[in-house]
Structures are given as structure tokens and as C-alpha cells.
Design a protein around this ligand. Structure first.
Ligand code: XMP
Length: 319
């Protein structure tokens, strides 16, 4: 008989039995899986858990503050927030290639995670939000080494020289079960029903070279898009939605003046498995409102487009 509270009790008991008096570290991304692990382990072992949240400067608007508010302030989870925007952006300077950007973001994340982990006394365990579909996937691809940081960066390898044992309390659960547990543990529904967000974040939603100026503009446009999707009920009707920054300039007219500013593309898709996807048929009046809000409220944007490409042949992300 499956009930969220039974599963939680089982997970708590087995985590306690495994960990004993040791300390556990967890890379918290703000995504559903790592969030539920944090909430679960907080119940199970309290102060024996330390979460590390790396702000890479490529997060959505207010994302870092929201993670801190939910976990540190409201729940009393011990969370170390690392503000690493400058470090990520300086490593990304001059880099245009999407895969090169992904590699850099992944590498710097691991470096920072390693540095922070070393500061935590008695850390013997690395907790991860691995869920059952991840287990199957890595078995199928045969790349599933026992030690994989399933961070939001999907980077392989534990911090070098650290001998941490893996703690994967969600390993036997499907996504909908993880969500039910998360709600039962008191996580906000909005957090539990979030669209997936890629590890490289805005790093692959700013085409070509990543600059702080671009990221700041993109964050504002994306926040307007998200707010309107929530307000119109379209967030739940889409599987993933986001704004993309195009570093090309386009002419516009503002009042009596000519403007010459950047372009934002809006992407919203519907999919079951993210392997194929169709573009979401968001009504024209809603798109019109989003477009005019972005152009009027976000300085530096003169034009908004809507992406009507399916996957395949296009991918969901633009890079
Ligand atoms: P694509 O663009 O390949 O995306 O159609 C499919 C799903 O994967 C996500 N995605 C990523 N997630 N690191 C991640 O953690 C990445 O580098 C990455 N690239 C794409 C994408 O957001 C979508 O949900």
C-alpha cells in the first residue's frame, strides 16, 4: 500500500541506519529531485546534513534567494550559498561554442563543490537526487559509474581525493512519487511542479558568448514570460518554457525615437518524455501581452519572437 507518509518513513529509517553519526553533503540545485532529498534528509538527520548551493550567475531571476528562503529560512536546513557569478563569467569570457560552455560550467561547478566539501568536517556521504528512471537510464547507457554527481550539471565524477559514500534515498521512486513525497514534506507546490531547468542554465540560453549584461536582460524578460504563464494557467499546460537571448540587434521605434536593441525569443513546448516535443499553442492575445510587456519593461530589447519549431528537428534548448 503506497502512501507518501509510509514511503517517507521508510526512507527516513534507512537513511538514519546508513548514515549513523556521519555528516552528509548535498548539492542543492533548486530542482525537484535535489529539493526533495534535502527536505527528506533534513527530517531524517537534521543538522548532520549540509547543502551546498552554487549560484553560477546563470540562474533565473530571484532563484538563489528563493532557494535560501525555502530551505534555510523556512525549514532551517543548513545551506551554504556560494556566490560564484564572477568566477563562472570570467571562465566563460570569449567562449562561443555551446559544448565548450557546458564543459566549463560543469568543471567550475565541480571545482567549487570540491572546495566547499573539504571545509565540512566529518563529511562521509554525498547525497544525490537520483530517481529510478536515472538508474535505468545509466544502466542502459552503461556509463553508470557508481560515483556520478547527479548535480544539475550532470557532470561525472566525485571531487578528487574525497572518499564519499553515495546516499540516494529516491533511487527506487518515480517522478510522480517524488513529487507526492515533496508535497507531504511541506515543500511549496510551486517548487514541486517546476519545469526542468538545465544545469548550464542561462549559459545555453544566451547564444554565443555569455556576458553579465546579457544574462541580466534575459532574466528580466524570462521573469515576465514566467509570470504571464502562471497568471494565465499556461505554466501547467506547458512542459518547459523559457526566454532565449539573441545577441543580434534589431531596429525598433520607441516614441519618436529609433531604437536599436537585442532580440528575445520565447520557447514553450509540450512533451511527455522531452525526446520529442511540439511547440505550445499559447493564444495570440497572451503572446501579444507578453511581447509588449517585455519590449516596454525590459531595457535593451526591441523585438520578441515566438519559436514555432518542433523537436525534432529542432531541440528544446537553442544551444
Ligand atoms: P534538448 O535541447 O536536447 O533538451 O531538446 C532536452 C531536455 O534536456 C535539457 N537539457 C539539459 N539539461 N544539462 C542539463 O542538465 C544540459 O546541458 C542540457 N541540455 C539540455 C533541456 O532543458 C530539456 O529539458
Amino acid at each position: 500500500d503506497w502512501s507518501a507518509s509510509n514511503i517517507i518513513q521508510d526512507c527516513i529509517e534507512s537513511a538514519r541506519a546508513q548514515v549513523g553519526d556521519d555528516h552528509v553533503i548535498l548539492g542543492l540545485s533548486g530542482g525537484v529531485d535535489s529539493s526533495v532529498v534535502a527536505a527528506l534528509l533534513h527530517e531524517a538527520i537534521g543538522d548532520q546534513l549540509t547543502c551546498i548551493f552554487v549560484d553560477n550567475g546563470l540562474l533565473r531571476k530571484n532563484e538563489g534567494d528563493q532557494v535560501m528562503e525555502t530551505f534555510a529560512e523556512n525549514m532551517g536546513v543548513r545551506v551554504i550559498r556560494v556566490d560564484a557569478e564572477d568566477r563562472f563569467l570570467s571562465e566563460l569570457a570569449g567562449v562561443n561554442d555551446p559544448e565548450a560552455k557546458r564543459k566549463i560550467i560543469g568543471r567550475v561547478f565541480v571545482e567549487i563543490f570540491e572546495e566547499e566539501s573539504k571545509k565540512i568536517d566529518n563529511a562521509k556521504w554525498l547525497a544525490q537526487g537520483t530517481i529510478y528512471p536515472d538508474v535505468i537510464e545509466s544502466a542502459a547507457s552503461k556509463t553508470g559509474k557508481a560515483q556520478v554527481i547527479k548535480s544539475h550539471h550532470n557532470v561525472g565524477g566525485l571531487p578528487e581525493g574525497m572518499e564519499l559514500k553515495l546516499l540516494e534515498p529516491l533511487r527506487e521512486l518515480f517522478k510522480d512519487e517524488v513529487r507526492r513525497i515533496g508535497l507531504e514534506l511541506g515543500l511549496p507546490a510551486k517548487m514541486i511542479h517546476r519545469h526542468p531547468f538545465p544545469g548550464p542554465g542561462l549559459g545555453v540560453r544566451i547564444l554565443g558568448e555569455v556576458k553579465k549584461e546579457y544574462a541580466d536582460v534575459l532574466r528580466e524578460a524570462d521573469a515576465i514570460f514566467m509570470a504571464e504563464l502562471y497568471a494565465t494557467g499556461w505554466y501547467e499546460k506547458t512542459s518547459q518554457a523559457f526566454a532565449v537571448f539573441l545577441p543580434v540587434k534589431s531596429v525598433g521605434v520607441v516614441g519618436d525615437n529609433r531604437s536599436y536593441d537585442y532580440v528575445i525569443a520565447l520557447r514553450a513546448v509540450q512533451t511527455v518524455d522531452f525526446m520529442t516535443a511540439t511547440w505550445a499553442p499559447i493564444p495570440y492575445d497572451i503572446l501579444a501581452n507578453i511581447s509588449s510587456r517585455i519590449i516596454n519593461e525590459v531595457r535593451g530589447i526591441s523585438r520578441v519572437t515566438y519559436d514555432i519549431s518542433g523537436k525534432p528537428p529542432a531541440t528544446i534548448e537553442w544551444e
